[in-house]
Design a protein around this ligand. Structure first.
Ligand code: SF4
Length: 327
């Protein structure tokens, strides 16, 4: 179960004197939106409005001005480099899943020096998993990330700086979380083994195979873009995905290499938003995972900026770089 901290929400709205609040949450949590809205209205008298558009991260913070007095953003932690608005409350929706010593039965291949990582929902398990691993004779490090990262050990799909912070001291990583999305960021960004512990099922798996499969696809996309003559360089208008300067650099690089390049600003990047543009390839400076994980949805090759450098011969395939968004 995920904790929606309803008492905290009720107190925060009353203390702030907000007459209305916007509620923003990822797709997986939207099923709870009506129930949370009902609670807020009943307990505080504030009028809730649910933000219906898709939401993938705190990088996509809804501009609530004109819609409500305040915003409650569920399912993600703040991104410190985006600033601090006192009228925005983050409900991280922490999980109450638990683990015990039996996890050691499945962690035989885990090295003796380990970096611990987690998605925000499972950060609360880090102290316990740390204790279990240390009891087994292992050394555990939990890194502090850069200003895009709110908590020690936390990984975003576009930033594994918490892993980089302890890379020199460990031989591998244990990631606590569900799904492939977040651990893949650590697997793409680090050259070491990344094992994932799913605290709900108790399952442990190695990310190596999934990582290699996606990297093979990235190699094919880069090859497919090598002879492309016209490119669309995408920049995203969402606050935490906007890398306009990088987009300008990519346009300049392409033109230096004799290619045609245009910059387009898009809010929601999807195949429909791109279908009008008759170009040979796309360069995406927005969320790097759109190109890396969703490439099959697009009819033309879509590259991240470091992948474009490989396609243009500015970087070798052996120097492949996971495109991270830095603060
Ligand atoms: S840019 Fe992508 S990976 Fe990063 S926080 Fe936003 S949605 Fe997640």
């Amino acid at each position: 179960m995920f904790d929606f901290e309803l008492e905290t929400i009720s107190r925060w709205i009353s203390d702030g004197g907000f007459a209305s609040v916007a509620l923003q949450m990822p797709e997986g949590l939207k099923i709870r939106a009506p129930e949370i809205s009902e609670f807020i209205e009943r307990e505080t008298g504030a009028i809730p409005v649910i933000v219906g558009r898709p939401c993938y991260g705190a990088c996509d913070l809804f501009d609530y001005h004109g819609w409500a007095d305040a915003l409650i953003h569920f399912g993600h932690s703040p991104i410190p480099s985006q600033g601090d608005d006192p009228n925005v409350l983050y409900i991280e929706s922490r999980s109450d899943a638990d683990v015990d010593e039996s996890i050691l039965d499945s962690l035989g291949t885990l090295p003796t020096k380990v970096g611990l990582l987690a998605t925000v929902q499972y950060l609360g398990l880090i102290p316990k998993v740390r204790y279990i691993l240390e009891s087994s004779g292992r050394t555990v490090r939990v890194g502090t990330g850069d200003r895009r990262i709110c908590h020690p050990g936390q990984v975003l799909g576009c930033n594994c700086s918490a892993a980089e912070a302890v890379d020199a001291d460990v031989d591998g990583f244990l990631f606590i979380g569900e799904g492939d999305f977040h651990p893949l960021a650590a697997a793409f960004g680090m050259e070491k083994q990344v094992l994932v512990l799913n605290p709900v099922t108790g399952e442990v798996r190695d990310m190596a195979e999934t990582r290699d499969r996606i990297l093979r696809r990235r190699f094919a996309a880069i090859q497919g873009a090598k002879d492309a003559q016209s490119f669309l360089v995408i920049v995203c208008s969402k606050i935490g995905q906007n890398r306009d300067e990088l987009a300008d650099r990519m346009v300049a690089l392409l033109r230096d290499h004799g290619r045609t390049a245009f910059k387009v600003v898009i809010e929601e990047i999807n195949p429909t938003a791109l279908m009008s543009y008759q170009v040979d390839a796309f360069v995406n400076t927005a969320c790097p995972r759109i190109a890396m994980d969703d490439a099959a949805r697009y009819p033309k090759p879509m590259l991240t900026p470091p992948e474009l450098e490989i396609a243009l011969g500015e970087r070798q395939w052996g120097e492949y770089l996971f495109d991270q968004i830095r603060p």
